[in-house]
Design a protein around this ligand. Structure first.
Ligand code: SF4
Ligand code: SF4
Length: 128
């Protein structure tokens, strides 16, 4: 979300600007019921949609590069007018230093992974 810009040394060394290759959205409340997880199973079945939980809660993650990310070095095409969240993002400790997944308590990249979790979490999963 920071995007590389001349003079931002760390970001200019980060080929592809890793923080600009996905978007996230917090789930309003932690999923609890079977019905909540059924809904998540539908969402995670779509290409590029993933789900994770970290210390702050549950999130949807949409894998896909920002349309403003310029090849080949990952500069931001709208740097001067980039969204506020991109301006607020700090590169003090970011994906360049450590993959974001390291902070995930749970991480589901597809239907199969979430389904396996559902079966563990709900002993009655699949029984009507
Ligand atoms: S607008 Fe620029 S800084 Fe923000 S995610 Fe897109 S490429 Fe990155
Ligand atoms: S992941 Fe870090 S180093 Fe790479 S562009 Fe984003 S803020 Fe800069």
């Amino acid at each position: 979300m920071a995007g590389a810009t001349p003079g931002a040394n760390k970001c200019t060394r980060c080929h592809g600007s890793r923080c600009c290759t996905y978007a996230t959205e917090a789930l309003g409340a932690a999923p609890r019921s079977k019905s909540d997880f059924e809904h998540l199973l539908w969402q995670v079945s779509h290409q590029g949609v993933e789900i994770y939980k970290d210390a702050d809660g549950w999130y949807l993650m949409f894998q896909g590069a920002c349309e403003h990310l310029l090849p080949p070095d990952g500069a931001c095409a709208i740097y001067d007018t980039r969204p506020q969240i991109c301006r607020d993002y700090s590169n003090d400790w970011c994906e360049f230093d450590e993959p974001a997944e390291k902070g995930f308590e749970l991480y589901f990249r597809n239907h199969a992974e979430l389904l396996a979790y559902c079966k563990k979490r709900f002993k009655s999963w699949g029984k009507r």
